[in-house]
Design a protein. Structure first.
Length: 319
């Protein structure tokens, strides 16, 4: 029997209603409206689709950047993961960063709700979700929420961050002060901006990373500016140091990999116990890097992630 048009319409409305309810529950507040995140899709070679009906293509990998980052930072690794793991790889711009919308509200519940909205919009299932630093906390908040659909998340990878609460490093607020100073000077070029930024940051690689957010001036608009909303990010700094779930409140039982930079203090002796408390089926790997693990040692980072995903790979689903 072919369903009537009215039945299909009612069924669609019911599904839409349930999706809205899930998103509201996921955000823990009906006042949170998810935004459409900008993204890049890196499809496996020879594949023009990310359809879950393809048995020769693996389940999707979704990557979340850290504070001041964007999907562009992961372009090379995303291409490598797609090629080597033969699965679609999505790199997202989180709200207020990259090319995604500038909106008030930048809690982890806000950002996790955006990622859920993205996955539902693109009909993703059995996702492997990876996040670095702030993006890692977004990924953990996504996994721990009680409204997470059962078949949505298969694997979780968290890069150099713990599910703990603490003040964010002063250097991040310093970066915002530096960006504001650069805009106040009306610099046109990245070279000029970099010269001033050296007062706050001596490491040229970190300066180059921060300046990926700088839009140089043009003939019609001579003063360069940053594409991120500096005021919104400054107000969000205290929130970025937080975490939405208390210890013992929630756990996620799925496959979880933490990757720590040995020279970084974001995962340390004071918070390392929380990794297992929240994620009992976890494993911890370490690389001889600082906080930007994937940028400092991309080769070994890629091996760790690939080995973890291959170990936990499933037969591709047909429905």
């Amino acid at each position: 029997m072919i369903p009537s048009r009215s039945f299909l319409s009612s069924s669609w409305k019911l599904k839409a209603c349930y999706a809205t309810i899930r998103r509201r529950a996921f955000a823990s507040s009906s006042t949170i409206t998810p935004v459409d995140l900008e993204f890049d899709l890196h499809a496996p070679s020879g594949s023009s689709t990310h359809s879950n009906t393809r048995k020769d293509v693996g389940d999707p990998l979704v990557i979340l950047h850290g504070l001041f980052g964007s999907k562009r930072n992961w372009k090379s690794l995303a291409k490598a993961f797609s090629r080597e793991l033969h699965r679609p790889v999505y790199t997202l711009d989180l709200r207020n960063q990259g090319s995604s919308p500038h909106v008030p509200g930048m809690t982890y519940l806000h950002m996790a709700a955006d990622v859920l909205h993205f996955c539902e919009t693109h009909k993703l299932k059995h996702v492997s979700l990876m996040g670095h630093s702030m993006g890692g906390k977004v990924a953990m908040a996504f996994a721990l929420n009680p409204a997470l659909p059962t078949s949505l998340l298969s694997n979780l990878i968290v890069v150099d961050i713990a599910p703990s609460i603490g003040s964010i490093s002063d250097e991040f607020m310093g970066y915002i002060d530096a960006m504001r100073a650069i805009e106040a000077e009306g610099f046109k070029t990245r070279k000029e901006a970099d010269a001033l930024l050296q007062k706050w940051e001596k490491d040229p690689s970190i300066r180059a990373f921060l300046l990926t957010n700088f839009i140089p001036g043009t003939t019609h608009s001579p003063h360069g500016k940053f594409q991120v909303p500096l005021g919104t990010l400054a107000n969000a700094i205290p929130e970025i140091g937080s975490f939405p779930y208390k210890l013992g409140e929630r756990t996620w039982e799925g496959n979880t990999l933490f990757i720590k930079g040995q020279k970084s203090k974001y995962i340390n002796r004071h918070n390392i116990h929380t990794l297992h408390d929240y994620f009992p089926n976890m494993e911890l790997e370490k690389l001889d890097t600082g906080h930007w693990v994937h940028a400092e040692d991309p080769h070994n980072f890629r091996i760790l992630v690939a080995n973890f995903l291959n170990k936990h790979s499933k037969e591709y689903h047909t429905s």
